[in-house]
Design a protein around this ligand. Structure first.
Ligand SMILES: [Zn+2]
Length: 306
């Protein structure tokens, strides 16, 4: 069933578990996410970026929303990193139940003003809004501490931002970065900063971007089957558990599904050179992604919460 993002995340924050927001851009990914969530009786968020909507057209977005309606667990369909008011309006018109406006690259006042505009439009049609404060650039080890501080979310600023904009959930920059390359060593997560933000915003679901685990087993399988992903690594499961305890309710995962997809497709093409039926190529990828989503759901603690 199709529900709003807030409906899913409010309960998650209250009860102290996380919910996965998994990015989709085709039918097999959508099916993998929904089948895994149904198998685990977990609420879930299907995220589409503007790039995904453009890639698949309004047609793909409508298919994702239809699939969410048919699901036997609560599903929100969410716009990931909406770049403008217009992009958000397009998502609202398509029937999304949750949107993100990301003006974190702008100065504080512009971020507040643009986010407020989006909140007014989305609220009028009962849709939840996520916004971001702080910058999620790859925070590398060589960045000096005061520079790191400037990039990461300032707790007091986050509180003022939430009060002034009226957003439903907030993406925070606490050290993670997008994609499969997160610098050398175990990626740094500022749990103390997260705790401070969560204390200033009681009840507000917080969002962790760039949270993929980048399973080494998948990276190795890709590389064995002709791929070239050197130095790819993700966020340790212990950091995810700690972040959820610290107030994170929505955990974004995109890279892990891409890796699962790529590993399965590479292997099937290499091991069965005689096949040419797209279903025989993409079917195993769907199964591999489903397995990854089920693992993530267990990690987040959302299994059995639907
Ligand atoms: Zn993100």
């Amino acid at each position: 069933m199709l529900v709003t993002g807030l409906e899913i995340l409010k309960k998650a924050r209250e009860e102290g578990y996380g919910v996965g927001a998994f990015n989709t851009n085709n039918m097999e990914i959508t099916q993998a996410i929904l089948e895994a969530s149904e198998a685990k009786r977990s609420p879930v968020i299907l995220a589409m970026s503007e790039g995904a909507i453009k890639y698949g057209g309004g047609y793909l977005a409508r298919m994702v929303i239809e699939a969410a309606r048919d699901a036997r667990v609560p599903v929100a369909v969410h716009l990931d990193h909406g770049s403008s008011y217009e992009a958000v309006l397009r998502a609202l018109r398509l029937g999304f139940t949750s949107v993100m406006i990301d003006k974190s690259g702008e100065d504080f006042e512009t971020n507040v003003a643009e986010t407020k505009r989006v909140v007014a439009a989305a609220r009028a049609v009962g849709v939840s809004v996520e916004a971001e404060i702080g910058k999620l650039a790859g925070v590398e080890e060589h960045v000096a501490v005061d520079e790191k501080d400037a990039l990461l979310t300032n707790p007091r600023e986050a509180q003022i931002f939430a009060e002034r904009t009226g957003i439903d959930f907030l993406a925070v920059a606490i050290g993670t970065s997008h994609g499969p390359y997160k610098g050398k060593g175990r990626p740094f997560i500022d749990h103390a900063r997260l705790k401070e933000i969560a204390e200033l915003l009681p009840g507000m679901p917080l969002v962790l971007h760039g949270a993929s685990g980048v399973p080494q087993e998948l990276v190795e399988r890709i590389n064995r089957a002709g791929g070239n992903l050197k130095g790819a690594q993700g966020i340790h499961p212990d950091d995810i558990r700690l972040a959820i305890q610290g107030g994170i309710s929505k955990i974004n995962t995109d890279t892990d599904l891409r890796l699962a997809f790529t590993a399965a497709v590479r292997e099937v093409l290499m091991e069965k050179p005689e096949i040419f039926d797209p279903r025989k190529i993409l079917g195993p990828a769907r199964e591999e992604m489903k397995r990854v989503v089920m693992e993530r759901i267990e990690l987040f603690g959302s299994a059995g919460r639907a």
